[in-house]
Design a protein around this ligand. Structure first.
Ligand SMILES: Nc1ncnc2c1ncn2[C@@H]1O[C@H](COP(=O)(O)OP(=O)(O)O)[C@@H](O)[C@H]1O
Ligand SMILES: [Mg+2]
Length: 357
């Protein structure tokens, strides 16, 4: 199927040793932007090219999940953090590792367990006998991409050590503050809260994640592809980086410059405000959620090589960006109404701003 062949053709045309070109750099006649928007157009074309390479690399490993892969890439370019929530064995860890491995940057993985301590994440100051002074040993959070696996199996105290870093992009240990290098992205996986041995993430902590995605089971055809691809060694071992950390920093800059019309910003606010007044929700979306929604929409549009955001981008992202932050009322819970359904309904119901920038 298309996803599998996409991955293979990427492998053929882009040998592991090749160094990816920078966006906007010379070479490649395709770098011309649409008339009148040459500068942003050229940057956007570069972004799309590099993003396509990352997407191809990830999809050479994850079968039949183009939507999840696109959302993961959106969060990376929106300078956000990603939560992947689903039942065991559907490729959550695989997606996190594949995205991390496709970018040539520092990656650390932390397996969250009940006995993990906050200092196992941030690092510790230890006394160095020879130098006769305290020395800071940085923890795994000092990386460009941090994969926090099964985050809800750790105690709330340890979870919060990671989440502070996520918000502030810095770590304070024994009174000294250390900055975290950009890009800095946390990709966490977790099992649904109903599963045994989990400490659910408090709402304040879920709010730090730009988006929550689920994988879902693959289609039978994609599962068959998986069996073929995973017959021998893991395709993850064959995945080599297709972009540099500096590329990602540049792409993030391009995304920051994306235009969001006043009407689209207003639409995002309308959606968020509606969650705060909704009779089936006892906790609506925060202003941080609005920020994340607009930022993600910028990245989502950029992946389409569009230098402006459409209401459609906001609509596509409303559920993954908003739903995990919301709490249903007790009555809604009895009715088995999930926040995802409430958000989807708001998207259908709220008036969409007319086209035009
Ligand atoms: N959509 C998929 N495409 C490719 N491999 C998959 C997919 N879903 C599951 N797998 C395979 O299933 C195994 C378990 O995946 P893993 O990422 O460890 O699951 P999880 O973290 O969700 O428990 C891995 O070997 C992975 O390759
Ligand atoms: Mg896993």
């Amino acid at each position: 199927m298309a996803v599998g062949t996409h991955g293979e053709s990427f492998m053929e045309t882009d040998p592991p040793a090749s160094r990816p070109a920078r966006p906007g750099s010379a070479g490649g006649g395709r770098a011309e932007g649409p008339a009148g928007r040459e500068d942003s157009g050229r940057d956007l074309a570069g972004l799309a090219r590099i993003a396509d390479r990352i997407r191809g690399a990830v999809e050479s490993v994850i079968e039949g999940k183009p939507k999840a892969v696109r959302l993961a890439l959106t969060v990376l370019l929106a300078e956000g953090h990603l939560l992947i929530e689903d039942v065991p064995g559907v490729g959550k860890t695989m997606l996190a590792k594949a995205l991390a491995r496709s970018v040539d940057c520092s990656v650390r993985r932390v397996q969250f367990t009940p006995d993990l301590l906050p200092s196992d994440i941030t690092g510790v100051s230890a006394y160095n006998q020879e130098l006769r002074e305290f020395e800071f040993k940085p923890g795994p959070v000092f990386a460009n991409i941090v994969v926090g696996d099964e985050i809800n199996r750790a105690s709330p105290k340890t979870q919060s050590a990671l989440l502070e870093c996520m918000e502030e992009r810095q770590v304070t240990v024994d009174g000294t503050t250390y900055a975290l290098e950009p890009p800095f992205m946390v990709i966490s996986t977790q099992n649904p809260v109903e599963m045994e041995g989990t400490y659910p993430l408090p709402e304040a902590q879920r709010d730090r994640f730009t988006a929550r995605i689920s994988m879902g089971y693959p289609s039978p055809a994609a599962e068959l592809e998986m069996l073929d691809a995973h017959g021998g060694s893991s395709p993850l071992d064959r995945l080599t980086p297709v972009a540099h950390a500096s590329d990602v920093r540049e792409l993030i800059e391009v995304v920051r410059r994306q235009h969001v019309a006043a009407s689209v910003r207003q639409y995002a606010i309308d959606l968020v405000t509606a969650t705060r007044k909704h009779p089936e929700l006892r906790l609506g979306a925060s202003p941080r959620a609005t920020l994340h929604l607009v930022r993600a929409a910028r990245a989502y549009a950029a992946l389409d090589e569009r230098d402006y955001v459409l209401p459609d981008d906001v609509q596509e992202l409303a559920v993954p960006v908003l739903a995990h932050r919301l709490l249903p009322t007790a009555e809604a819970q009895v009715e088995r109404r999930r926040p995802e359904q409430v958000v989807a309904e708001l998207v259908r119901r709220l008036p969409v701003p007319a086209p035009g920038k």
